[in-house]
Design a protein around this ligand. Structure first.
Ligand SMILES: [Zn+2]
Length: 268
């Protein structure tokens, strides 16, 4: 087994990566991060990630992040639908509910999220979900729709054990980020991520956010590594996920890669 890693959430259209995309990708490949899911968070970024995915042989998602739900208008549904029909687009999202900062009102987030679910049903594509501080609302929406949706992932899971159990009961997949490496924010996760079944686990950096080095005291970790997350750091997420699940690093690479192929319906 050659330890291929796939980062299922890279925000490659973020300003901090602009003009450096090729460098970011080539540095990641040196760490065996050979595949990426490039995530769209509004119409423009979705168009851009589809082009980048074509250029670099990756896959993309198309959707409106809940922060951007306020920008949804009467044309958005059909505009997204046409992007979802492109060969590179393999999921609807990221979309969902984020009541942590409410950049869009909860009502608007809710209605735009339901539109994304309708898009997922219409296209038969997986749903790529973001949920922060909105577990109960999210769980109830997913429960009502799970049977008509092909596949659902709750990415960047940072919630409680009970929330995780309830999500897993629905049959959704779970994405884990560098929170697991962070002594300040992610410590609670370490006690129970082993309950995620092998076939429901995916790993991600959510770069440029959520550096896995943020609380690291290692001397080789620079402040740049703490402040700017990159796909090459997925190795650290994989190592800690392996450690807290009592599985080998090689095994985590193997199952998360296979889950990526199955979840997004990729044939290699
Ligand atoms: Zn997210």
């Amino acid at each position: 087994m050659d330890n291929k890693l796939v980062d299922i959430c890279v925000n490659l259209t973020d300003d901090v990566f602009f003009g450096k995309e090729e460098k970011i990708i080539s540095e990641a490949s040196k760490n065996n991060v050979l595949k990426m899911v490039l995530v769209g968070n509004d119409l423009e970024s979705s168009k851009k990630v589809i082009n980048l995915a074509r250029q670099f042989n990756f896959i993309a998602t198309a959707g409106y992040h809940p922060h951007n739900a306020k920008d949804w208008n009467s044309d958005s549904y059909n505009q997204l639908l046409s992007l979802l029909k492109k060969d590179e687009t393999k999921a609807v999202g990221e979309c969902g509910l984020d009541f942590n900062r409410n950049f869009s009102t909860p009502e608007v987030q809710h209605s735009v999220f339901l539109d994304h679910i309708t898009l997922a049903k219409e296209t038969n594509l997986p749903l790529f979900v973001h949920e922060r501080d909105a577990f109960h609302q999210m769980h109830s929406i997913l429960k009502d729709n799970i049977h008509d949706c092909k596949n659902i992932i709750v990415h960047c899971f940072t919630g409680t054990k009970n929330a995780l159990i309830d999500y897993l009961d629905l049959g959704v997949s779970i994405g884990l980020t560098g929170w697991i490496c962070d002594d300040r924010r992610g410590k609670h996760l370490r006690d129970f991520i082993d309950i995620i079944p092998d076939d429901k686990l995916l790993i991600e950096t959510d770069s440029p956010y959520l550096s896995p080095y943020i609380s690291s005291k290692k001397s080789e970790v620079t402040s740049a590594m703490k402040h700017l997350n990159k796909p090459e750091y997925l190795v650290e997420v994989a190592k800690d996920v392996a450690k807290y699940r009592n599985q080998s690093y090689d095994y985590i690479c193997e199952i998360t890669y296979q889950n990526y192929l199955n979840f997004f319906g990729i044939k290699e």
